[in-house]
Design a protein around this ligand. Structure first.
Ligand SMILES: NC(=O)c1ccc[n+]([C@@H]2O[C@H](COP(=O)([O-])OP(=O)(O)OC[C@H]3O[C@@H](n4cnc5c(N)ncnc54)[C@H](OP(=O)(O)O)[C@@H]3O)[C@@H](O)[C@H]2O)c1
Length: 324
């Protein structure tokens, strides 16, 4: 197949952890062309994607740019859609996340895209009958519902907790000779985790290679189920460093470990609500196929493999947003 015959896929958030994985995997398969959307077309990360063959287009992943989105989706057979991390301004305030997801989907349909893959999550509001407030889950669930009603085929991936959260957002701190890991789940509660940098692309490639098979499906993407105790013990075994868990499950514990969260009530409520939801209801609805992603991508990294692959020793790291 010569290059112009390969189907084009537009990837929004192409420099995000998820987006980069999608762009790299699709291009490495040599079965797709990729149009990669980012604000930072001149950045080193964007230029790396261009070297792999991506067409870079400067589009911000922000509400209110529908004409730019429509243009960026023109000629694309499929689109990978995501919404960026959007911290809530105030409790129960509506953020831009759901309107942005809907605007992206509308633009894709208007441009004639045949298949949308949206990275969604469970609708926590409906699962908990409004008892847990976790807008970054619920808003994605609402966008999924909206996309399902549009005249386009669609599939949804549900990423597990990212391993990278521990490096980017909740890094351990050194006390004496021990690294203390403040984690937002109870010590022995097992939850699904994944490496977004390497697991997102293979899941999306599998869907795009088999669009009819996966039409209408919602598919978890998981590396493995882990408890905080297993996270810390594995870290110690792999790195040889002393490490200990410390609970950041309750609001008080979370703020005590991360004093910078103190003034950010909505963010704290959201993180606490998310952790309580995961413990009380499970991260995924019970009927989800939690084996799918490993079946289609047996190379998906376990936490141990992630630690070995990255050589992470406990320092704070950034993978997503530009450094300030
Ligand atoms: N952390 C987790 O455990 C977890 C689990 C499941 C799902 N999720 C969801 O995953 C999503 C984040 O994915 P990710 O971690 O892969 O993203 P990321 O690495 O943090 O990157 C976010 C991207 O969004 C764009 N962006 C962010 N803020 C923006 C703004 N104000 N205006 C315009 N563009 C902006 C940036 O694009 P450019 O700078 O390139 O333009 C950036 O590359 C969130 O919706 C989150 O809820 C997270």
């Amino acid at each position: 197949m010569n290059s112009s015959q390969k189907p084009l896929v537009t990837v929004v958030g192409a420099l995000s952890k998820q987006g980069r994985s999608v762009v790299q995997t699709l291009l490495q398969s040599q079965r797709y062309r990729v149009r990669a959307l980012t604000r930072r077309v001149d950045s080193r990360e964007a230029q790396e994607l261009a070297r792999l063959g991506a067409e870079l287009v400067a589009v911000p992943l922000e509400l209110g740019h529908k004409p730019l989105f429509v243009e960026a989706f023109q000629g694309a057979r499929a689109a990978f859609l995501m919404t960026p991390p959007i911290a809530p301004d105030a409790n129960y305030a509506e953020s831009d996340e759901a309107p942005l997801g809907k605007e992206l989907a509308d633009a894709a349909v208007e441009a004639g895209v045949e298949h949308i893959v949206f990275t969604a999550l469970e609708n926590v509001d409906s699962i908990t009958a409004g008892k847990k407030w976790v807008p970054h889950f619920t808003d994605k669930g609402r966008v999924e519902e909206y996309i399902r009603a549009l005249p386009v085929t669609s599939s949804f991936i549900y990423m597990a907790f990212f391993y990278t959260n521990i490096l980017e957002y909740y890094p351990p701190r050194l006390e004496g000779d021990t690294l203390i890991f403040p984690l937002y789940l109870p010590e022995n509660h097992r939850a699904p985790f994944v490496d977004p940098l390497t697991a997102t692309g293979p899941a999306v490639l599998e869907i795009l290679d088999n669009r009819e098979k996966y039409a209408g499906q919602s598919l978890p993407v998981i590396g493995e189920f882990l408890s905080p105790r297993e996270i810390v013990d594995t870290f110690s075994r792999v790195t040889g460093r002393k490490a200990a868990y410390s609970s950041a499950f309750t609001r008080e514990e979370l703020v005590q470990h991360f004093p910078s969260f103190a003034g950010m009530n909505a963010l704290v409520d959201e993180v606490v609500g998310m952790a309580e939801y995961a413990v009380e209801h499970g991260y995924y609805r019970p009927n989800r196929d939690t084996e799918w992603s490993r079946r289609v991508n047996p190379a998906s990294l376990t936490w141990e493999q992630f630690l070995k692959a990255t050589g992470w020793q406990g320092e704070s790291a950034r993978f997503g947003l530009p450094q300030d």
